[in-house]
Design a protein around this ligand. Structure first.
Ligand code: NDP
Length: 296
């Protein structure tokens, strides 16, 4: 038996359509255009691709995109001054600082300088605290995308055993909070977890956010479980020709697909959802800033 594939591209397309509809409504009824500012320091190729895609999809959804590409040697003071300007700019409803930042910048300080109401990445300590205490927060985009796919696929998750492998601030921890909010029984596993295979086999919902290619084999997956693979890892693919590579997740897809009930592929699973959720968060921020009903 083969698992159902959870199609992140299709989910993301639906979210983008909804976002575009809200944007039309905000524009037509209230004369508002949600605006997203993206700040990039340096020329890291992967970050440049992400920023380009974010800008393109923001414009396609009918929103305003403000890109700030700064040289890698930009000082922390200059970056903080830009963030202060964006915090004060009425046309900017969402601010995203592309990570990772160069070593001479204190990323925590920069993220906490963003107005929490414009913090569409949900990394500001106030939003982290709000999420942890069940209050209205800006929720980090990648775990929010995972949650939307889980809700779409499973509906009610109450009482399910959920295991999140990885405890980063941007994926693992907020994912665990969101699953707790869905009334799952949540376990967070990490590099010091004893007998990780045994822990994973408990999971009705298994979320892998580790960053290690194919490290979770099929025999760690409980039969029928729903598997969300957040990992994006590039490995050599000699079968495609010399020097060729391909993307794989943290789960060994080929062995897991025969055991799981449903699984997200890599690529085409969690990845496309992240930018779609960023657009959705920007619309939410615009609605909140203007005391308007926000999208569900
Ligand atoms: P981090 O490196 O910040 O965190 C990795 C986590 O995995 C840590 O908590 C670490 O544990 C844990 N870990 C590492 N090795 C092991 C191991 N052998 N056994 C168990 N746990 C282990 O990564 P991120 O959370 O930022 O990202 C995780 C993955 O998700 C990456 O592949 C990244 O590319 C991908 N990603 C994908 C996104 C998307 O849009 N689809 C967006 C963001 C990330 P410890 O804390 O003990 O060190």
């Amino acid at each position: 038996m083969s698992a159902t594939l959870i199609d992140g591209k299709a989910f993301a397309a639906t979210i983008r359509e909804k976002v575009a509809g809200h944007v039309r409504h905000l524009h037509g009824e209230h004369g508002l255009t949600p605006g997203l500012a993206v700040v990039l320091l340096g020329e890291d190729p992967a970050s440049q691709v992400y920023v380009r895609n974010k800008g393109k999809q923001t414009v396609e959804a009918g929103m305003a995109s403000f890109e700030h590409k700064l040289p890698v040697e930009t000082s922390q003071a200059e970056l903080l001054a830009l963030i202060a300007r964006l915090n004060a700019a009425p046309a900017v409803h969402g601010i995203l600082v592309q990570l990772p930042l160069p070593a001479h910048i204190d990323a925590g300080k920069v993220l906490d300088a963003i107005d929490p109401a414009k913090d569409v990445d949900g990394f500001h300590v106030l939003n982290v605290g709000r999420l942890a205490t069940g209050q209205k927060a800006m929720v980090p985009c990648t775990p929010l995308g995972c949650l939307m796919m889980l809700r779409g696929h499973l509906g009610d998750m109450s009482g399910a055993e959920a295991v999140v492998v990885g405890r980063s601030n941007i994926v693992g921890k907020p994912m665990a909070q969101l699953l707790l909010g869905e009334n799952c029984t949540v376990t967070i596993a990490h590099s010091r977890t004893r007998d990780l295979g045994e822990v994973c086999r408990r999971a009705d919902i298994l979320v892998a956010a580790v960053g290690r290619a194919q490290m979770i084999p099929g025999d760690w997956v409980r039969p029928g479980a729903t598997v969300i693979d957040v990992g994006i890892n590039r490995i050599a693919a000699p079968e495609r020709g010399e020097g060729k590579t391909r993307l794989v997740g943290d789960v060994d897809f080929d062995s897991a697909v025969g055991v799981a009930g449903a699984i997200t592929p890599v690529p085409g699973g969690v990845g496309p959802m992240t930018i779609a959720c960023l657009l959705a968060n920007t619309v939410t921020a615009c609605c909140r800033a203007n005391d308007l009903a926000e999208p569900e």
